[in-house]
Design a protein around this ligand. Structure first.
Ligand SMILES: Cc1cc2nc3c(=O)[nH]c(=O)nc-3n(C[C@H](O)[C@H](O)[C@H](O)COP(=O)(O)O)c2cc1C
Ligand SMILES: C=C(O[C@@H]1CC(C(=O)O)=C[C@@H](OP(=O)(O)O)[C@H]1O)C(=O)O
Length: 381
């Protein structure tokens, strides 16, 4: 299974193609749209989110709510394109001089992309933009629906925003609030502090990042493989999450703390019970050993750096005059950690779905389900 995306942030639309999806898998457009809606929410987002109302168009590969086995093509319109049609036009009519960026933003792809591709900053930032993550969420949501039919559940939590850590009695609380779209500053002390930190950042022309956790539940031991470097599940997950704009680090289970403890306080004792098979007394490994899922929940934490565009910009160098000036200010988010949480859940869904199809290659979803259930029965022996 593979996918590609295309599209600029202020271009006409985003497009995506998934190839290799088994036939006969139930696909709900509403569930894709629900995921897209969630990605647009959360405190700290900029003006763009009140322009867009993301909705997927399923263009091919689905009939009567079921995948056909053919490539699934998807589109998401950029409503903002209307305001950018002249700047972004494909032909000679394009107005290349308006909205030209000559003062690259530290932390964004502007300068390095311009040097590498010998083109304008606008051509770089349009594609580097996290607008592209809308399509990755749509694609991830399609395969997540298949995973869900197999009983696999993916959950995500915001652990911290701008250094303020969440206080969960039950991490699902946050998720439930996400489900209910109650994203704004809430009732707990930590949420209050997160909100205050956000206001502080806004007042100072600053931006914030944070820490996000993603968990995958109900997957069997044996996804991924130890035999080759590029088949290891932790490696694949790390690549996928670090490919999301502004993600700068990932850890599994105990993470960096593992390097500080004695081995007996890190490794998870093996247990066995008839009817349930092998399990672990703890899950410090975060569900992966030897590049393979070990049957415990996969738990990964990801750090997001603060948004690069600052309303009080840092110094940069003008590309023509070479003078030191302030970096350009494009309309921007101040914090996009809740949106990134939704993106990360969906890129993780993709990697898990790929690993499932590698273990149980199937052209039809019924075949996949049969193989999946037989393997689960074997593991329970
Ligand atoms: C959901 C989301 C929204 C983002 N919004 C903005 C934004 O409004 N302004 C900005 O400068 N960067 C934003 N970013 C981050 C940039 O896209 C990212 O920092 C840039 O592409 C450079 O890539 P890098 O941070 O991985 O090096 C956002 C990232 C995500 C995941
Ligand atoms: C459009 C989205 O995020 C954008 C990501 C982004 C960036 O530089 O990454 C910059 C901003 O773009 P604009 O200047 O058009 O407001 C964000 O709004 C989105 O998430 O759908």
């Amino acid at each position: 299974m593979r996918f590609l995306t295309a599209g600029e942030s202020h271009g006409q639309k985003l497009v995506g193609i998934i190839e290799g999806l088994p036939a006969g898998m139930k696909i709900s457009k509403d569930r894709v749209d629900e995921a897209l809606r969630k990605r647009q929410q959360g405190p700290g987002r900029g003006g763009r989110m009140s322009i867009e109302q993301d909705e997927v168009q399923l263009v091919s590969g689905v009939r009567g709510g079921l995948s056909t086995g053919a490539p699934v093509a998807l589109e998401i319109q950029n409503r903002d394109w209307e305001n950018w049609a002249e700047v972004m036009a494909f032909g000679d009519e394009a107005d290349l001089d308006s909205r030209k960026v000559m003062t690259p933003r530290p932390g964004h792809a502007d300068l390095t992309g311009t040097l590498k591709y010998r083109t304008e900053v606008r051509n770089i930032l349009e594609r580097a933009s996290a607008r592209e993550t809308a399509m990755r969420v749509a694609i991830g949501s399609i395969v997540r629906q298949g995973l869900s039919a197999l009983g696999v559940e993916i959950r995500g939590h915001v652990l911290a925003v701008g250094g303020v850590h969440a206080e969960y009695t039950d991490k699902r609380e946050y998720w439930q609030r996400v489900e209910q779209s109650e994203w704004s500053v809430g009732d707990s002390g930590a949420e209050q502090k997160m909100g205050e930190r956000l206001l502080e950042a806004r007042e100072k022309g600053e931006s914030l990042g944070g820490l996000i956790e993603v968990q995958v539940h109900n997957i069997p031991a044996g996804l991924g493989s130890h035999v080759q470097w590029d088949r290891k599940l932790d490696g694949k997950l790390a690549q996928a999450v670090l490919s999301v704009q502004a993600m700068k680090g990932v850890s599994f289970g105990l993470g960096f703390e593992a390097g500080e403890r004695m081995g007996s306080l890190v490794h998870d004792p093996i247990t066995y019970s008839k009817g349930q098979g092998f399990a672990r007394a703890s899950n410090h490994a975060g569900g992966i050993e030897g590049g393979m899922s070990n049957g415990e929940p996969i738990i990964l934490q990801v750090v997001m750096k603060p948004i690069p565009t600052l309303y009080q910009p840092l110094d940069t160098v003008h590309l023509e005059t070479k003078e030191v000036v302030k970096a350009s200010v494009e309309r921007s988010d101040i914090c996009a950690v809740p949106a990134a949480l939704v993106v990360l859940e969906h890129v993780v869904a993709w990697v898990i779905a790929e690993a499932v199809l590698e273990k149980f290659p199937a052209d039809s979803f019924t075949e996949l389900q049969t193989a999946w259930e037989a393997y689960q029965a074997y593991l329970a022996l």
